[in-house]
Design a protein. Structure first.
Length: 126
């Protein structure tokens, strides 16, 4: 099964040796997004609310570059530095996914790269 490695000019550049998104068999796997402003490459300050908005905006930008949208997401995984942030992240996440309600897992990671408070990865279907 061939795979396609995608770039996403509207999203932030990867921070390491990985692809922003990889597609195979009609599924598009988005790497975890953190709160980096794609126009500056600088992490967004503030608390988990501001970071979650930036993460969801980044996911939307990557999806848009691939001619997809939030309604195309079938599964997400949310990584939290603290499970105490679950309710705040959940409220903001719901504003973006709306009624599409993809399958989801949420875990406390304990610590995330760069000191971020939230990271979200997604799988979308064409």
């Amino acid at each position: 099964m061939p795979k396609t490695i995608h770039t996403a000019p509207s999203g932030p550049e990867p921070l390491g040796p990985y692809s922003v998104a990889t597609e195979a068999n009609g599924l598009v796997f988005l790497s975890g997004q953190v709160a980096i402003d794609p126009s500056t490459g600088i992490p967004v300050g503030g608390g988990v609310g501001e970071q979650t908005h930036r993460v969801m905006q980044n996911i939307g930008a990557v999806l848009g570059d691939l001619d997809l949208g939030f309604d195309d997401i079938v599964k997400t995984t949310i990584f939290l530095a603290s499970i105490d942030d679950f309710a705040a992240v959940n409220e903001i996440y719901a504003q973006y996914v709306g009624g599409s309600k993809p399958a989801r897992s949420t875990v406390q990671a304990g610590a995330l790269p760069g000191g971020f408070l939230v990271e979200i990865e997604a799988i979308a279907a064409r």
